[in-house]
Design a protein around this ligand. Structure first.
Ligand SMILES: [Zn+2]
Length: 270
């Protein structure tokens, strides 16, 4: 597969000839579709490995490269650890399943299709009901820049209060959430949970989700001490976000997770 270096980052100095993950480029839409589907499966397996499951809750989506109004997603009521190439669904913005034998998660479709429809630049999106993300979402507050990692989300996430407490199955509710989810990589949906998006890849959206859940956990731990943390000053937080908060860096973070899953989850691509 031909490859190119998408962007030089602080992690990617001039080291010509050394082994380093490369963002793939594709000769055909079919090749890219197959790649996106495989990485979507891996993202679901990564969610399982990180304990981000809660019954049938949680949905991950990635646009089809050829038909951007269609998106691939995990099937309803199948554990993240059991998602595989052969049980993915292809759905449209109206919630119709175009490919796949499983049912679609109605709440997932309402949320994800609204976001994908309102934001054509968003390639992939993740949402799940996680322990720390949901707990933090009850606070109705933005995360503070308490660490370098948290700086990735500095001035790049929102709190959405609309429609948080009740399950979102009506399309108007999805549209309100989508409108609030503008120009950022992540959202804390009050009394509901976390959402992340990527303009780059499903790997990137999935890693942002893992990172955001971790940030929520860390801020809850710090606040539980009752002592105020030292915050990263805004200009330093912005600097960190510019350097380690890009979708490319998030994609790069996902590569070792993917490589590990290829070794541990032999049935991913069945
Ligand atoms: Zn939900």
């Amino acid at each position: 597969m031909p490859a190119k270096t998408e962007r030089i980052s602080v992690y990617q100095p001039e080291q010509e000839g050394r082994e380093f993950p490369q963002v793939p480029v594709f000769a055909t839409a079919a090749e890219e579709r197959d790649h996106r589907k495989r990485r979507l499966v891996a993202a679901c397996r990564a969610f399982a490995a990180h304990g981000l499951d809660y019954g049938f809750a949680g949905h991950l989506t990635v646009r089809d490269p050829e038909f951007p109004a269609l998106y691939w997603t995990n099937p309803m009521a199948v554990h993240f650890a059991d998602v595989k190439l052969s049980n993915l669904l292809l759905a449209d913005h109206d919630g119709r399943v175009r490919e796949g034998r499983h049912a679609l998660n109605r709440a997932g479709f309402v949320l994800h299709s609204a976001v994908h429809e309102a934001h054509p630049d968003i390639v992939a999106m993740c949402h799940a009901h996680t322990v720390y993300g949901v707990a933090w979402a009850a606070m109705g507050r933005l995360l503070d820049p308490i660490t370098q990692d948290a700086c990735c989300f500095f001035e790049d996430h929102v709190v959405i209060a609309d429609e948080g407490g009740a399950v979102t199955v009506e399309r108007d509710a999805g549209k309100k959430v989508a409108a609030a989810f503008t120009g950022v990589k992540a959202a804390i949906h009050r009394n509901h949970g976390l959402m992340t998006a990527s303009r780059h890849s499903i790997e990137s959206a999935a890693f942002w989700f893992i990172a955001l859940e971790r940030c929520c956990r860390q801020q809850l731990m710090i606040e539980a001490t009752g002592r105020p943390p030292v915050l990263v000053p805004p200009e330093r937080a912005r600097y960190s976000r510019e350097h380690v908060g890009s979708d490319y860096i998030s994609w790069l973070h996902f590569q070792p997770i993917y490589d590990r899953l290829v070794r541990t989850d032999a049935d991913m691509f069945d």
